[in-house]
Design a protein around this ligand. Structure first.
Ligand code: FES
Length: 122
């Protein structure tokens, strides 16, 4: 049902945790299942130098969180904003149809964290 990449990121998630004194934080939830994802960023210049996630959710949500942190690391903010939910699912070699909504959390939380950083910068 799940690709090897999904199982790998679910069993061995990358960049788990929360950055202290983060430059930007984004939190999103899925109203239907109640799952929540939080992403924190350390930004230097215009580049994401560190990114961590905390996800209270299903296995697919954890795998997509882990993958989005790998995809966003060392990207500029504008590059990271181009990352879509579909791109995250593709990078995991796809998700079962009934689990596609889980990938919505990943890029959305990243985008929210960047928005939060930019708001703080004024
Ligand atoms: Fe809620 Fe997957 S079931 S994010």
């Amino acid at each position: 049902m799940y690709s090897e990449k999904v199982m790998d990121h679910f069993s061995n998630p990358r960049n788990v945790g929360e950055i202290e004194n983060a430059d930007g934080v984004g939190e999103v939830g899925n109203a239907s299942c109640g799952d929540i994802m939080k992403i924190s960023l350390k930004i230097e210049g215009d580049v994401i130098k560190d990114i961590k996630f905390k996800t209270f959710g299903c296995g697919a949500a954890i795998a997509t969180s882990s993958m989005v942190t790998e995809m966003a690391m060392d990207k500029t903010l504008d590059e990271a904003l181009q990352l879509t939910n579909a791109a995250v699912a593709d990078a995991l070699d796809g998700l079962p149809g009934n689990k596609m909504h889980c990938s919505n959390l990943a890029a959305d939380a990243l985008h929210e964290a960047i928005k939060n950083y930019r708001e703080k910068q004024g």
